[in-house]
Design a binder for this molecule. Sequence first.
Ligand code: ATP
Ligand code: LTN
Length: 334
Amino acid sequence: MIDGKKVLFSGMQATGNLTLGNYLGALKNWVTLCDEYECFYSVVDLHSITIRQEPAELRKRARALLTLYIAAGLDPEKNCLYYQSHVSGHCELSWILNCFTYMGELNRMTQFKDKAAKHADNINAGLFTYPVLMAADILLYQADVVPVGKDQLQHLEITRDIAQRFNAIYGDVFAIPEPYVGKTGASIKSLQAPEKKMSKSDENPNASIYLMDDPDTIMRKFRRAVTDSEAQVRYNPEQAGIYNLINIYSACTGKMPEEIEKEFDGKGYGDFKTAVGESVVSVLRPLQERYTDLSKNKDYIDSVIKNNAEKADYYAMKTLRKVQKKVGFPERVR
Ligand code: ATP
Ligand code: LTN
């Protein structure tokens, strides 16, 4: 608890350009949470180097992601937006938690298996202990809730196991985090293969709408979106392409799927795709404008980076000092 509020922690990697899926499924929903929770949103750059990165590119993307957090509506006065690498407590706690995590547990992680298969030339120890660093992120702030996608639930589960194991030995040190299941947005699917989720690492650029895509590109990608031969705008999961477009249109306009079915009753897919594209353009336009304005304001972004890292560090250190004492490290001499 911080000032009587429960704590919420989440993070995103600055690898790849954010998609409409990241926005509708995560960012957009995060904006409303600061009234109820004390929120920490990290740009998890320490996690990024588990895959080889081009340094200048990583730096650029990390800053772009932090700027996007703000452009999407996260007020840095009310939410702590910071780079993971600026708060040394993440690494320090991660080391300690490594000593409370079993090889067998990490061996079961499906993300490790997937990523190891994808990057067979660089199966480094960091990739293996990725979930421990993620546990440190969460436990460092005594987070009660963690909004994550389905693919991260296994990592949240191991975080809980590590925290419970530690607490069983040393007393109540860590809050036990729960996954946040709020009225989060629908899962947005690929425009080219609607059985898969829209993902920033998709190799086909037509499969995803990127938050910085211009209107012509957005309209073109929707025109090309895979549908079916039913020729009916119906909210039917078996019509995966149309189902996904209805979800996107619904998230962008606030209309319910039944209303949308009525609106396009008797109309062709062409009209529907145009409407979906336009609704996305009008949701992304203000975000893009804010992003462009913010990017020009270097001093402002720098001040957010500095102030919020200091705030994060303050809470991180509180937990870290307690943990260090519990495991038996000698006290500092002042
Ligand atoms: P990658 O392709 O690098 O795995 P990703 O696009 O799948 O990335 P993540 O970084 O894993 O995205 O996720 C960041 C957040 O965005 C998570 O909270 C996740 O639930 C959400 N998210 C990602 N893709 C979608 C999607 N298609 N629909 C809804 N939410 C999504
Ligand atoms: N592994 C997550 C990103 C992430 C995270 C976290 C999410 C790192 N640390 C802590 C929630 C809480 C991902 O790839 N989406």
